[in-house]
Design a protein. Structure first.
Length: 281
């Protein structure tokens, strides 16, 4: 059981200051460490090998999430009980949940992803909003994708908002970062993966499904939230595909469109191997 009082009571503590600096990209890159906030992210980090280095917890959170504290200690992570204002100082959220972990970088080289012969991959090209990036990662995880690639022009994978938006999925599948989009596409194609660019100027997703061309290994390339994919990126793809709008909505946001595309591929791939959906009769 945790002690009745926290050991870290001052936001000016060197240990607290070091953790707080990880909210900034240059410090994350230098230390190769990032923040994971909240019980879900910390639990997933503790389950991911020796990724979790350090954990700060309020007394209340340590009591409420005693299992997570135990898991963290079992991995060798240093656990510190901290005052509420210390956690608030480290946290990047308006309403901290009482747990903030410091984790080692966990991105995977593209070569390792290709060697695993992935069947479904999401490539984020020029995606700048960390919330969108994290949500697409979560969608990819939910759809059963085997990897995500963030190109060199995309947001930092370890941005606290991206980590939060992934809701733990960051720890579930390999993610490559800083890869030029041309290199990602060429590598995936050499690995036998068909490249689909998601863009409003493409053919209808329903038509692609009807043609039966989506059952094989597929990588979806998703573009910038505001202007989509540039012509030179679309030209790299084997096909350009759009999500149809059947109602009166002007468009779909990036994460929603990505979810539709990834699940369409997942369903097509499962159908091609004889697997039935849970919605089938």
């Amino acid at each position: 059981m945790p002690s009745a009082s926290p050991e870290l009571i001052s936001p000016r503590s060197p240990r607290v200051s070091a953790a707080r600096r990880l909210a900034r990209r240059n410090f994350r890159s230098k230390e190769r460490l990032f923040l994971a906030e909240g019980p879900q992210a910390v639990r997933e980090a503790a389950a991911y090998g020796d990724t979790l280095v350090e954990l700060f917890a309020t007394v209340e959170a340590a009591e409420r999430y005693a299992d997570i504290i135990g898991e963290a200690r079992a991995t060798g992570a240093r656990v510190h009980l901290a005052a509420d204002d210390v956690i608030a100082d480290i946290s990047t959220t308006v309403t901290p949940q009482g747990l903030v972990g410091i984790c080692r970088f966990i991105d995977t080289p593209l070569e390792e992803i290709l060697a695993a012969e992935p069947k479904l991959v999401a490539v984020l090209a020029n995606v700048r909003d960390p919330g969108n990036a994290g949500t697409v990662l979560r969608c990819a995880d939910a759809a059963g994708a085997e990897a995500v690639v963030l190109t060199d022009a995309s947001v930092d994978l370890y941005n606290p908002k991206a980590v939060r938006a992934s809701v733990g999925s960051l720890f579930h599948l390999p993610v490559a970062v800083g890869v030029p989009v041309e290199e990602a596409v060429e590598g995936l194609r050499r690995a036998g993966v068909r490249i689909l660019a998601a863009d409003g100027a493409g053919t209808d997703l329903d038509d692609e499904l009807d043609k039966g061309t989506m059952g094989g290994p597929t990588a979806w390339v998703f573009g910038n939230e505001a202007w989509g994919l540039p012509e030179e990126t679309r030209a790299l793809a084997d096909a350009v595909v759009r999500v149809p709008i059947h109602g009166k909505a002007e468009s779909l946001n990036l994460a929603t469109a990505a979810a539709v595309c990834l699940y369409a591929s997942a369903r097509a791939q499962r159908a091609s191997t004889g697997c039935r959906s849970v919605t089938d009769s």
